[in-house]
Write a protein that binds this ligand. Structure first.
Ligand SMILES: C[S@@+](CC[C@H](N)C(=O)[O-])C[C@H]1O[C@@H](n2cnc3c(N)ncnc32)[C@H](O)[C@@H]1O
Length: 301
């Protein structure tokens, strides 16, 4: 499926995105009202499903996510060959894991046959499916839908997707492509450590299990600067985050689970200028995109 490239590829596709004056058909005042109402609901900012249920209400209309949707569309479109998708054959079946409202799903949708998503927040799944219904006209002939589930179940909430119940037709198997954006840092949230690295390997292995031999895994994340922080910091320095797994760990973990042809596109600058609540803010994040192919034989653990 992949073109014959190995090792590390470094490309400079820096792009700046400025958001339109109206966001998703809403005025700035309307967006601010929705965010204020969400904040007043007072949910703990802890990255649990309850937090993402709350975030789902305004996720799609915050200026940075509107801009990130455009950034991801561009990143995928510019790198279709590198990912292994051909321009004239939309036959791939894709799993978007930790899909949220589907920003990455919509970046892939025009280039594939089907995007199935899993998220462990019911709120995110509801929003995803509303957007999927609306996008039917945009991309006729391809399907996009989400189910509530947790293949990794870090909180041990017994949300693991039961294939008998949530997936009666067995659709959530045999993927040509598994994609993730900003998901790894959610299901592995503590400071970098040996345990965290083992959790990453375990999570990737679970996802690789759902792939066809020859399938491809694509991970889009914010780069890390490997500080010695002993807590889950969201701090950014020159667009890089202080804690979590960076391209180096992700690539090493992919090799560990037997993936091949691992390669990375580094230093994708995402910059957005926005004005909200009367204040101008700039956001700068540095993304990487890793891709790896499942070997013909797969790997038996
Ligand atoms: C930061 S959001 C990213 C959403 C989306 N991929 C995007 O780029 O906009 C992380 C998402 O991962 C989901 N998530 C976190 N842990 C998960 C898990 N163990 N299983 C499934 N989804 C999870 C959250 O509910 C949330 O929707």
């Amino acid at each position: 499926m992949l073109p014959d490239t190995t090792g590390t590829i470094v490309m400079d596709l820096s792009q700046e995105v400025t958001i339109p004056p109206k966001i998703g058909g809403l005025s700035k005042a309307e967006v601010e009202d929705i965010i204020t109402a969400s904040i007043e609901a007072g949910v703990p900012q802890d990255g649990t499903p309850a937090y993402f249920d709350w975030e789902s209400k305004h996720y799609n209309i915050t200026p940075d996510n509107v801009a990130r949707a455009a950034f991801l569309k561009n990143l995928v479109r510019e790198n279709l060959d590198w990912i292994g998708l051909t321009r004239d054959n939309r036959s791939a079946k894709v799993l978007d894991y930790g899909a949220g409202t589907g920003l990455l799903s919509r970046a892939f949708l025009p280039h594939v046959r089907q995007v199935l998503a899993i998220d462990n927040s019911c709120g995110m799944v509801d929003q995803y499916n509303k957007i999927a219904a609306a996008s039917k006209q945009e991309s006729p002939g391809c399907e996009m839908r989400a189910v509530h589930g947790d293949l990794i179940d870090r909180y041990d909430l017994r949300l693991a997707l039961d294939s008998e119940i949530a997936d009666p037709d067995g659709d959530y198997q045999s993927f040509d492509l598994v994609v993730m954006c900003l998901a790894i840092d959610c299901f592995i949230t503590d400071a970098p450590s040996e345990d965290q690295y083992m959790e990453l390997i375990n999570a990737l292995d679970i996802l690789v299990d759902r792939m066809n031999n020859d399938g491809v895994l694509v991970i889009v994340e914010i780069e890390k600067f490997y500080a010695d922080a002993d807590y889950a910091s969201e701090a950014l320095l020159d667009g890089r985050k202080e804690t979590g797994h960076g391209s180096r760990e992700v690539m090493a973990a992919l090799n560990e689970v037997g993936m091949e042809d691992t390669a990375v596109i580094e230093d994708q600058d995402f910059k957005v200028d926005m004005e909200l609540f009367g204040q101008r803010r700039s956001r700068h994040e540095k993304y990487f995109m890793v891709r790896a192919k499942k070997g013909e034989e797969g790997l038996e653990w």
